[in-house]
Design a protein around this ligand. Structure first.
Ligand SMILES: CC(C)(COP(=O)(O)OP(=O)(O)OC[C@H]1O[C@@H](n2cnc3c(N)ncnc32)[C@H](O)[C@@H]1OP(=O)(O)O)[C@@H](O)C(=O)NCCC(=O)NCCS
Length: 177
């Protein structure tokens, strides 16, 4: 994986940034022809404000602005699709086409894994489309494995693949004398 830029910061999006994050998410998916511009999913990708309200909207920023985003779905989030009790889930990972290949996608995934651990979750599950090969390489590097029993179709013509990562249990601190 590439080294992320030194000045990169991963933080929750500010309300004033929601429109920009929505636009970035759409731009990132359309740049890779991951879906047709008239797909009904485009409006979901643009709905960053809703993601901030019903989940956690994270952004990657450096001095130059917002470069990437991911949505982490806490236990009570309406954005959870695959997660069962004890699972974390994230969605809509996107990096601006001009900022790719610098480790920003990996940094956003790492933040989601950290959030899952903070929620005490023991596994992270995600859905992804077959053609999202770059994302799959990142997931593979983190140790995600395919979980075909959770593959599903949100629409008759859309097949999603499931991946899961078992998280290490937190280290138990042994109090010494
Ligand atoms: C998937 C995505 C978020 C990755 O973002 P990223 O910041 O480029 O990710 P990273 O830099 O951490 O890793 C990208 C990989 O591509 C390689 N890469 C190198 N140059 C690249 C470039 N110009 N563009 C894209 N990838 C490049 C990186 O080396 C790395 O490969 P490696 O892990 O084998 O070293 C981004 O491609 C994207 O937004 N795709 C469209 C949306 C999408 O598919 N989302 C996934 C939803 S499940």
């Amino acid at each position: 994986m590439q080294n992320e830029p030194m000045s990169l910061q991963i933080r929750l999006a500010e309300p004033s940034e929601y429109d920009e994050v929505g636009d970035l998410t759409v731009t990132g998916y359309l740049a890779d022809d991951l879906l047709p511009p008239d797909s009904p999913y485009v409006s979901d990708l643009r709905a960053a404000k809703r993601r901030a309200e019903e989940a956690e909207l994270w952004v990657a920023v450096d001095g130059g602005g917002i470069l990437g985003t991911v949505t982490f779905c806490p236990p009570d989030s309406s954005y959870r699709e695959l997660a069962s009790d004890g699972d974390g889930e994230f969605r809509m990972l996107t990096v601006h086409p001009d900022a790719r290949g610098r480790g920003i996608g990996a940094a956003l995934v790492r933040r989601c894994l950290d959030r899952a651990r903070e929620f005490g979750q023991s596994r992270v599950v995600i859905s992804s489309a077959e053609q999202m090969r770059t994302a799959h390489r990142i997931y593979d590097r983190f140790g995600f494995e395919r979980l075909p029993e959770l593959d599903w179709k949100p629409a008759p013509d859309v097949q999603l693949l499931a991946f899961a990562l078992e998280l290490e249990p937190p280290e138990t601190s042994v109090s010494g004398r």
